[in-house]
Ligand binder design. Structure first.
Ligand code: GDP
Length: 299
């Protein structure tokens, strides 16, 4: 929690300073509420959540004095209500042998790092984890995944740069089945410059692994970089349509002023948020807690 609070300092200080500015020695009336609504929208919380917070405040304390602390408490409570239903840890059904996770997202959003972090967590829980270097487009991505494999002891199935990603995923799943792996996590490319090509590749990977296991992938996880703010919203739409995203991971929540975007996404899409990234090292993937996040953001 301390780590999360620290990470979200930039997001929360913008909000708390703003709230103090608006409500010091002033009543909760239409003017202050309007100023607050602007502040919430600027903090990336989105129109719907901002309106909801304003309505809650109005209902609770219209035309009366209110302290900045009380405003923050009501803000935290409303944000928690929005986040509560989406806070769901990733559950691996080990009877699948293997449970197949397809990791998708724009380059640089933290796919490979998140795979490494999950590999560590699930290996430590005693699961037999295997990784597939499906971002065959970038040599660096293949190398980076191998490094995570070495760190965590998870075998990495990889091919040459430029190899067919779907073929590689097929081979990886075949091998994971044969070796009795509990969990296979497949990395993918994320070149948004060539959107059609990328989406065709993701569709092909899914089609091809279903030849080995008709239920695969069991989860399709989308990584979103919190620092990109509103862009993250459109990424959910783009990947949601093609890849059938089942859950989200928001990365780089450490040090960004734009952590509020997670709340907007939760309100708009209702997709499960499995975990959040609060740093670059293996232990910096936290289970997502609605209460902790809401409190951290409201300061
Ligand atoms: P990919 O291209 O989607 O596979 O993204 P990478 O996993 O290579 O991550 C891109 C960069 O973001 C790397 O330098 C990572 O170390 C960094 N990164 C990933 N997750 C986090 C996070 O939660 N916090 C911070 N600060 N950096 C992160």
């Amino acid at each position: 929690l301390q780590r999360l609070k620290q990470g979200l300092t930039k997001t929360s200080s913008k909000l708390t300073e703003g709230i103090t500015g608006v409500f010091t020695k002033r009543k909760l009336d239409d003017d202050t509420l309007e100023e607050l609504e602007d502040l919430l929208i600027q903090s990336d919380l989105g129109l719907a959540v901002s309106a909801r917070v304003i309505a809650a405040l109005k209902k609770a304390r219209y035309n009366s004095d209110i302290s900045p602390e009380e405003v923050r408490a009501i803000l935290a409570a409303e944000v928690e209500k929005v986040l509560g239903p989406v806070a769901q840890p990733l559950e691996i059904d080990t009877s699948k042998k293997p449970y197949v996770v397809l990791m998708v997202g724009v380059n640089g959003t933290g796919k490979t790092t998140t795979i490494g972090k999950y590999a560590k967590q699930f290996t430590e829980q005693g699961l037999k984890v295997m990784l597939a270097a499906g971002d065959t487009f970038r040599a660096a991505a293949i190398e980076q995944l191998k490094v995570w494999g070495e760190r965590t002891g998870a075998p990495v199935v990889s091919g040459a740069q430029g190899a067919d990603a779907a073929g590689l995923a097929f081979d990886a799943l075949t091998r994971a089945k044969k070796e009795g792996a509990d969990l296979l996590i497949i990395d993918t490319a994320g070149r948004l410059q060539n959107k059609t090509g990328l989406m065709a590749e993701l569709e092909k990977i899914i089609r091809v692994i279903r030849k080995v296991d008709p239920e695969a992938p069991h989860s399709v996880l989308l990584t979103l970089d919190a620092t990109t703010g509103q862009n993250a919203l459109s990424q959910v739409e783009i990947f949601g349509k093609t890849a059938g995203v089942t859950g989200l991971i928001m990365t780089k929540l450490d040090g960004t002023a734009r952590g509020g975007i997670l709340v907007a996404i939760a309100a708009k899409h209702g997709l499960p948020v499995h975990a959040i990234g609060v740093g670059e090292s293996a232990s910096d993937l936290q289970a997502f807690s609605a209460q902790d996040f809401a409190r951290a953001i409201a300061g």
